[in-house]
Design a protein around this ligand. Structure first.
Ligand code: GLA
Length: 652
């Protein structure tokens, strides 16, 4: 079975709507509903008084309809009575202001009262539902990531720091507290980052984010252990969310969930949404070691920064199948039915305000049918390992959000996405590896390392061994600069990678946004330049003019059996795509399928080739042999014709 469904909030609706829900879910081929995510105040209307009757009926009704349930613990939104009884468990911002209820995610994960209440409600749910026949998985909490800087958090932070650094001398060294007279002589002097007169200490900020990641994880583990004890056979997960504000290191968390579940909301209304979808799917598959689940996306909405954008016909289907092609165990949405009120009243749903007589519901019905026919064909099959990997490192992202860096617009995810996009446009399948989490770099022919600002000696050594053994390594600027605690590696940038790359960078030249300049090979670049000295590497392209005219911009170092390239500048999308494609060709990387016309995306999963035509015109895709339409069973011959905006899943 592929999971198809999403967040379901029957507590917002009267019984007759709940009856209709199951009828419509069956019509759409929904296989799973996530229930109870924000239902704490309905489940425990007063402290210690539980009302499970409505949830019993919901689960039974879904079960009678053949629909499985991802049952959530509601701990992302404690009820108002909890807030009033435990003001000390409400989060405090950097400015010292303590929040109150009125939204969601209002709790301090370090507060004993919150932790106790979360464990208790999880235990009550476990006691009642752990063996309910509809239960497919537990969905703990929702999108961990809300932080707090209160005194309780401060105490927990200090304990974490003591465990990490051992003694104050080590911490003082790691945080460079000799700068601006910040030397600590007692653990009690250390605070979470709070409002400061000017720039805070970047190592303190980074350690706080690492602490938060561990603190959220311990909150998750509290609940997981309670749920596990009630029935060890039910998988347990929580939905990961990405965002600059989220202090969760998902790569480090992944081992603690039974199935990596990811929420993903593209924010580019144009072709960028397809590229974001591919990026999110590849990254999630990396976290999940091959398997994962799209837990939430918006059925009919791309939320750009300023306005909502309704998806064009076919886009819901292409995006959803795109995640499945990249290894997801299904396609799930926020949400089933669009609410009548509340903060997200216009967020899209499979059943919109207009009702089931609507384009989105009709498309969902078709998608449900498609997923049903594909389910047995993808069962147990993950996409094959790619031949190229990209690195992802949450702490480097966090470190590059600090103030006091050489440019204010450094964009870690932007750099990784750009490299992914470049490979995507060249039809090259990409995996992710996580330096610092694992030193296993797999059997990739090529690894691309954008903005890996922090790197440990062990992680750097793994890259050295990789190149020595014949790997093709492409390192982008702002990589290898600092040790994991943000202390700069001396002797010239890019610190940890200087030797492998055979270069030494003595000066950075960030450029104003919008600047564009040429390299000697005709490539275009912007935003960043460096004064690079070669020390073993040869120059692939140099800066064409300006103060760095003639100096190396892109270099290559043959090293052992492999090669290491250095990109000291921010190439434009086209130039980066050209460079990476040529390195990939040299590394012997093959596209998933040769000869695919440009708007068509191809992904392989098990025996199936997923073809998505993101363009308007019909496209002809040459197949490697006679193919069969995996949904209809019809023979396709050796050329697949994919309608504009359409898709085709082919068994070859
Ligand atoms: C997240 C949350 C949902 C909802 C959506 C809206 O994914 O988990 O509850 O708020 O965002 O985009």
């Amino acid at each position: 079975m592929l999971f198809f469904g999403g967040d379901y909030n029957p507590e917002q609706w009267p019984e007759e709507v709940r009856d209709e829900d199951v009828v419509l879910m069956r019509q759409a081929g929904v296989t799973i509903a996530t229930v109870g995510v924000f239902a704490w105040s309905n489940l425990e209307p007063e402290p210690g008084r539980y009302d499970f009757g409505w949830l019993d009926r919901v689960l039974d009704r879904l079960h009678d309809g053949g629909i499985r349930v991802a049952l959530a613990t509601p701990t992302a939104s404690p009820p108002p009575w909890f807030t009033l009884a435990h003001p000390e468990a409400m989060p405090v911002g950097a400015d010292g202001v303590r929040l109150t209820h009125g939204s969601r995610d209002t709790y301090c994960v370090s507060a004993p009262a919150y932790r106790e209440a979360a464990r208790t409600i999880a235990a009550k749910l476990a006691e009642r539902y752990a063996r309910h026949p509809a239960l497919a998985m537990w969905h703990v909490h929702n999108e961990y990531g809300t932080d707090c800087r209160c005194d309780t958090t401060a105490s927990a932070f200090r304990l974490w720091l003591e465990k990490k650094h051992g003694d104050l001398d080590t911490l003082n060294e790691a945080w460079t507290t000799a700068f601006w007279s910040q030397r600590y002589s007692d653990w009690a002097q250390i605070m979470p980052p709070r409002a400061t007169q000017y720039l805070p200490n970047p190592a303190q900020v980074l350690d706080f984010r690492r602490f938060l990641s561990d603190e959220f994880l311990s909150g998750y583990l509290d609940q997981r252990d309670v749920l596990r004890a009630a029935n060890p056979d039910v998988p347990i997960t929580t939905n990961f969310v990405q965002g600059g504000w989220v202090s969760v290191d998902h790569a480090r968390w992944a081992a603690e969930v039974d199935l990596v579940a990811v929420d993903h909301y593209p924010d580019d209304a144009g072709a960028g949404a397809e590229e974001e979808t591919a990026f999110a799917g590849d990254l999630a598959r990396g976290w999940g070691g091959g398997s994962w689940l799209l837990m939430e996306t918006a059925p009919n909405l791309i939320y750009t920064r300023a306005r909502m954008h309704a998806k064009e016909p076919g886009r819901l289907t292409r995006h959803s199948l795109g995640y499945v092609a990249r290894g997801s165990a299904g396609a799930m949405y926020f949400q089933w039915r669009q609410p009548r009120g509340g903060a997200e009243l216009f967020h899209s749903a499979l059943v919109p305000h207009a009702g089931p007589d609507s384009p989105v519901f009709r498309e969902a019905v078709g998608l449900g049918r498609t997923l049903k026919s594909l389910a047995p064909q993808v069962a147990g099959a993950a996409p094959p390992a790619a031949q190229i990997a990209l690195t992802w490192d949450a702490p480097s992202w966090w470190a590059l959000q600090a103030g006091g860096l050489p440019a204010a617009d450094l964009d870690y995810p932007g750099a990784v996405r750009q490299a992914h996009r470049a490979l995507f446009r060249s039809k090259l399948q990409t995996d992710f590896v996580f330096p610092g989490v694992s030193t296993d770099l797999g059997n990739y022919r090529m690894i691309v390392v954008p903005h890996l600002y922090l790197v440990s000696d062990e992680a750097a050594a793994a890259f050295r061994d990789y190149v020595a053994a014949g790997g093709h390594l492409v390192v982008g600027y702002l990589s290898g600069i600092a040790e994991p605690d943000t202390r700069i590696r001396l002797g010239g940038y890019p610190g940890a990678f200087r030797e492998i790359l055979g270069v030494r960078v003595v000066e950075w030249h960030p450029r104003p946004p919008g600047t564009e300049f040429a390299l000697s090979d005709g490539s275009l670049a912007g935003r960043w330049q460096e004064r690079v000295e070669t020390a073993g590497a040869s120059t692939v392209a140099s800066y064409a003019d300006g103060v760095l005219a003639g100096a190396p911009a892109i270099t290559r170092h043959r090293c052992g059996a492999g090669s290491a390239w250095y990109l000291s500048t921010a190439l434009t999308d086209d130039s980066l795509a050209r460079l990476l494609a040529s390195i990939a060709a040299e590394a012997g990387v093959e596209p998933v399928l040769p000869g695919v016309p440009s708007p068509v995306e191809v992904v392989r999963r098990g025996p199936l080739l997923f073809l998505f035509n993101h363009g308007i015109a019909t496209a002809a895709v040459p197949l490697p042999g006679p193919g069969v339409n995996a949904v209809t069973g019809r023979d396709l011959g050796s050329v697949a014709t994919v309608q504009g905006g359409g898709f085709l899943v082919v068994r070859v």
